[in-house]
Design a binder for this molecule. Structure first.
Ligand code: PRP
Length: 212
């Protein structure tokens, strides 16, 4: 029997859209798949075994080869900087990484920047020759400027609702985020046929840029 392709799926924000994309591609993903609390779900009809992962860990599973491929946001890929192949821009879960602050923000010599993405934020300010103190937080990043922990934040903006409801403004977009299909380097060679087949199914249904 052929070995199942191990696919790391990101639980949370991207998950439903990723499941629907796979269904649209014609994969027989069961209906109760989205609600399941199981962490490993074999779907032999699709030739796949799904691993339900915390999004930030998807590149790690793929780099180590415990997952052959994975679906993950560009934000996580940029931050984690793992040694994986980026195969496809899936065009789903579109949002952006931005610098955010209070509307009356004034430049200070050595600002503090709070973020879940310390590597992305450090690189961004380094490239602009700005010295900042990056503070790593794990969530509710928008709190930081409101309670005086940081002058600015670097965070993901999707609908903009969190910013509006907390009186914050987007100062600059750093990059656009969409979900990507990534592969382990060895798996990409050893299981090339199965991976290529999946890419061929996905490619025609990925919405062209501008229609996402
Ligand atoms: C993310 C992000 C923003 C918010 C943006 O947080 O960090 O806070 O979503 O979305 P919006 O523009 O549609 O309001 P998430 O919901 O992942 O929770 P977190 O605060 O725990 O990071």
């Amino acid at each position: 029997m052929q070995e199942l392709l191990k696919v790391a799926m990101p639980k949370g924000r991207i998950y439903k859209q990723a499941c629907n994309l796979l269904r649209e591609a014609g994969l027989p993903i069961p209906d109760d798949f989205d609600e399941s609390r199981k962490l490993i779900i074999p779907v032999p009809e699709a030739g796949m075994q799904f691993i339900m992962a915390k999004p930030v860990d998807v590149p790690t599973y793929v780099e180590y080869g415990v997952a052959d491929i994975g679906i993950v946001g560009k934000d996580v890929l940029m931050e984690e900087n793992k040694d994986v192949y980026e195969l496809l821009d899936l065009g789903i879960a579109r949002c952006r990484m931005s610098v955010i602050g209070l509307p009356d923000w004034k430049p200070v010599i050595h600002p503090r920047v709070a973020t879940k993405y310390p590597s992305v934020a450090s690189q961004y300010f380094r490239e602009r020759g700005q010295q900042v103190d990056v503070i790593k937080l794990n969530g509710s990043i928008e709190l930081a400027p409101l309670i005086g922990l940081a002058d600015r934040i670097v965070d993901m903006v999707e609908t903009g609702a969190t910013l509006r409801e907390n009186g914050l403004v987007e100062m600059e977009e750093i990059f656009t985020i969409t979900s990507r299909l990534i592969a382990n380097r060895v798996s990409y060679r050893m299981k090339n046929e199965a991976i290529q087949q999946l890419c061929d199914l996905l490619q025609p249904i990925i919405a062209p840029v501008g229609k996402r």
